[in-house]
Design a protein around this ligand. Structure first.
Ligand code: XLS
Ligand code: NI
Ligand code: NI
Length: 439
């Protein structure tokens, strides 16, 4: 079934196995195939993101639009927005995926008044609802864009301008209503302008209080309307602001705990944001996971030579495998998923390139899932980690974990023993060799 005929030259993308050389086929992603007792589709829950794939133009600070989208009429009208909504569902259908994600401003233009802006959003949301019904595609998450328009230049919920704060309340309220109406499974906060450029003109204490208040208002409103979706915060250390408050997973978790919001939130971890923070992607996943807050993933990658958010499609099998190990240990992403927050390069100018990009990202994670499952099934790496911590499984270590010790009793123990047992080798190189042996 298709709503438009823009992709009629592209075949439905299906699994053909690793031997296939068809660029319009999956070599590793076989949605129904069971891995560790669950279908690949259920583990991976891929989503297409509206903003890069349908609203990104290829423009950069040095040049204008380059990308080819034959359906665009050059306007930002509501009519165009509704037409685009049909194309998006056709695209996701061709890929055989089940989810999409969007910001309010990706899908509908602002009007002259707030009332008109909200009306525009609902006009497109109605089309989404119809298309979701017709295709079985669901909303993974909704969010509000509170960073593009000049009114947000000094912050959204951390702005010095109280009217802008109220404007943001309207945006989040409407998008929560829309997300509820569309059965969205999560709601994301990414604080693009929630940070500062200079401490000379910034009252960070006041701004952080306002941010916490704002998130509490969102939680209260969700409760009021019966929104059961998961709230997610997406950490990022910088860009566009010099320092963003949601710097990394550990920072966000600390903030949420301090504001007594942690029970209501999980994290949406983005690969390129992790690396911008000076962390490996898997570090961020693990920090979220061990805190019980790994909710969803923005799957992309950066460029090692570049210090900004290049939002490239993921293609590193080893990095994705390491990530999938964490996700499997998390027993999956629950109602979250893998959202391709990624864009084709500005010189990838064919409409087909959107397919190649997604096929590549889908296959690299599918391949990573297969390898990670093998690593887990073998149990070799996990066994080596367990061995490394074996001093905690008996004797004094076990007693400490059980809470049976204090400083005095531990001193007594070590005085009696005379000195600490020697360290066992950490064997990092062996661990790396074992991990490498799976590729
Ligand atoms: C930007 C973010 C953004 C969020 C959604 O760097 O990744 O795209 O995912 O607002
Ligand atoms: Ni993102
Ligand atoms: Ni990003």
């Amino acid at each position: 079934m298709s709503l438009t005929d823009y992709f009629k030259t592209i075949p439905d993308i299906a699994y053909e196995g690793p031997e296939s050389d068809n660029p319009f086929a999956y070599k590793y992603y076989n949605p129904a195939e069971k891995i560790l007792g669950k279908s690949m589709e259920a583990w991976l829950r891929y989503a297409v993101c509206y903003w890069h794939t349908f609203r990104g133009t290829g423009a950069d600070p040095f040049g204008g639009a380059t990308l080819c989208r034959p359906w665009e009429d050059g306007t930002d009208s509501v009519d165009m927005a509704v037409k685009r909504a049909d194309v998006v569902f056709d695209f996701i259908n061709k890929l055989g995926l089940k989810f999409y994600c969007f910001h309010d401003r990706d899908v509908a233009p602002e009007g002259d008044t707030v009332t008109q802006t909200n009306k525009n959003l609902w006009t497109v949301a109605k089309r989404f609802k119809k298309n979701q019904k017709a295709t079985g595609i669901d909303l993974l998450w909704g969010t509000a864009n509170m960073f593009s328009h000049p009114r947000f230049a000094q912050g959204a919920s951390t702005t010095p301008n109280a009217d802008v704060y109220a404007y943001c309340a309207n945006s989040v309220k409407e998008m929560l209503d829309v997300t509820l109406e569309l059965g969205g499974q999560n709601y994301v906060f990414w604080g693009g302008r929630e940070g500062y450029m200079s401490l000379l003109n910034t009252d960070i204490g006041r701004e952080l209080d306002h941010l916490a208040k704002f998130l509490h208002m969102a939680v209260d409103y969700a409760k009021k309307i019966g929104f059961k979706g998961q709230f997610l915060i997406e950490p990022k250390p910088c860009e566009p602001t010099k320092h963003q408050y949601d710097f990394d997973a550990q920072t966000v978790i600390g903030f949420l705990r301090g504001a007594k919001l942690h029970k209501h939130f999980k994290l949406n971890i983005e690969t390129n944001h992790a690396t911008l923070a000076g962390h490996e992607f898997v570090h961020e996943l693990e920090v979220a996971r061990v805190n019980g807050m790994l909710g969803s993933v923005d799957a992309n990658r950066g460029d090692l030579m570049n210090g900004w958010d290049t939002d490239q499609f993921p293609n590193d099998v080893k990095e994705c495998t390491h990530a999938m190990l964490s996700i499997i240990k998390n027993k999956g992403l629950g109602q979250g998923g893998l959202n391709f927050d990624a864009k084709v390069r500005r010189d990838s100018t064919d409409m087909e390139d959107f397919f190649h990009a997604h096929i590549g990202g889908i296959d690299v994670y599918a391949r990573a899932l297969r390898i990670a499952a093998k690593v887990i099934e073998d149990g070799k790496l996990d066994g080596m980690v367990t061995d490394r911590y074996s001093s905690w499984d008996a004797g004094v270590g076990k007693d400490v974990e059980k809470g049976k010790h204090d400083l005095v009793s531990l001193q007594k123990y070590i005085l009696k023993k005379g000195t600490a047992a020697p360290n066992q080798s950490g064997k990092q190189e062996l661990f790396e060799n074992v991990f490498n042996s799976y590729f």
